[in-house]
Design a protein around this ligand. Sequence first.
Ligand code: NDP
Length: 497
Amino acid sequence: MTATRTPGLPVVEDGLLISTSPATGAEAGRVPVADLAAVAAAMRRARIAAAWWAGLGFDERKVRLLRWRALLAERVEELAALTHLETGKPEADAIVEALAAIEHTDWAARNAKRVLGPRRVKSRLVVAEHAGHLEYQPYGVVGVIGPWNYPILTPLGPIGGALAAGNAVVFKPSEYTPAVGQWLVDTFAEIVPEQPVLQAVHGLGDVGALLCRSGVNKLAFTGSTATAKKVMAACAETLTPVIIEAGGKDALIVDADADVAAAAEAAVWGSMTNAGQTCIGIERAYAVASVYDAFVAAVVEKAGKLKVGEEIGPITMPGQIDIIRRHIDDALAAGGRAVLGGAEAVQPPHVSPTVLVDVPETSSAIREETFGPTLTITKVADADEAVAKANALPYGLGGAVFGKANGIRIARRLRAGMVAVNSTLTFVGVATLPFGGVGDSGFGRIHGEDGLREFGRAKAITVRRGPSLLPAMTFERTPAQVQRIVKTLKLLYARRP
Ligand code: NDP
C-alpha cells in the first residue's frame, strides 16, 4: 500500500491521517481523523479549559506562555527537522520560521496585559460624573485553521494572540502538516498539563468546516481566498466573527535610485524562499526603465546560483505543480520570455528558479497566485506606473519597494497591508507590527497590538462617581435642566471651526 502513495500527498487509512515527505515519501506522522462527535467533544473540553485559562489572569498566563516559548526555543532543531520532513523545506528555513513564531509568542505573552487589560478611560465633560473603564475580555474558544506552507508561524500568530488574550484554542492544521500541528499542541500540553487549553482536530477540509460550525466564538483562518469564502459562509450561519489571512500576489517596485544589487538579492529571497510557497512571497517585480536591465541581470545571476534540492526544496503540495506549470506556459504563450528556467524548470517534485520577462499583465503568471519559485519582471516608465500595476489586482497582502528618496511615499500608496522598504518579507518577523491584507487577501490582523485586540472583545464599563451636572438620562429632569443642557451643548459644539 505504501508503494502506491504519492510523496507529499496525505492519505487517510483506518481512521488515521498519514502525512509524508514530498521529497522522499517517508512517513512524517499519523494522527487520528476527527469526525463530528470528536470536534464536538473537543469543543466541550475547550469550553471548560477556556474558563480555567481565563481565570488564571494575564500574569499567570504570561508565565506559562513564556515557559512554552522557552521549550520551543530549546527544541527548535527537533521542530525544524519535523517541519523539513513534512513540508520538504530546508531545515534552515524552518529555523527562521520558528524564530519568527517564537518572537511573536514572546511578545504576545509579555504585552497582552498592557494591551488588553483593564484600564481607565477619560470621559468627556457632558458625562464627567461617570468614570470610563475599558478592557478586552476573551471570546472563549477560538478556532484556528492553518495552511501547510508555514506550519509553525502561520498558526502560532493567531494561537499565541488568542492564548495570551485568555482564550482556549481548537486548531485544525492543514492535512499536509498535521504532525507539526500536533507537535505544537503536545509541547503546549507539556507546559500546561492541567487543561486542554490548546487542542488539535485533524482531517481534510471537511473537518475545518466542522470547526466553523462547532460553536467557536471566533475563527482565525489562514489559507486560500477560495476556502476563505467557504469559511466565511459557514461562520455566517452562526454570526461567528472571522479573521481571514488569505493569498497574495505581492509586488516589488524598484525605483530609479534603488540599490540594484540589494534589490536583486531581496527579490530572489522574497520570491524563491520556501520554493516560492509564501503568502507574502514576491511574485511580480516592476523595475523602472533606467535600472531594469541591471536588475534583471542581477536577479538572473543570483537566482541561477540557487541549488535545487538544497536551498530550493520540493513543492510541498503535489497538485500545486500543475498550477506553476500552467502559469509558466501561459506567460510564454502570451509572448513572455524565460530569462532563467522556464517550462523545463518543472521537474516534480521540484521546480527550479524561473524568471520571466515581457509577460503581459493579463497573463495568469501576473494575475494569479503561483506559489512556486518564479518571478515576473516588468519594465515600467516610473514609480507611478509601477504602483498602478502593482495595485491592479484584487489581492493586497504585502509588497516591497527599493528606492532612496521616495521609498516610504511609494510604500504608502501600495494597496497592501504591509510593505517592506529596501528589504522583502521582513514585516512578518516584527512582533510589534500587525499583519494582514486587504481585498482578496483578507481582513483582520494578527501580530502586534492590533493582532492581540482581535482576540478580545472590547468591554466598556461606566461607573457613576457623583451627581449629574446635566441630568439628561432620566425622566426626572426638569425643563430648567433641559435648558441648561441646550446652553451647554451650544457652548461646546455650536461654534464652527
Ligand atoms: P487552503 O485554503 O486549501 O487550506 C487552508 C486550511 O483550510 C487547511 O487547513 C484546509 O484543510 C482547510 N480547509 C479546506 N477546506 C475547508 C472548508 N471547506 N472549511 C474550512 N476549512 C477548510 O490553503 P492551503 O493550505 O493550500 O494554503 C495555501 C494558501 O494559504 C495560499 O493561498 C497562501 O497564500 C495562503 N496563506 C496566507 C497567509 C496569510 O497570512 N495571509 C499565510 C500563509 C498562507 P486541508 O488542508 O485539510 O484541506
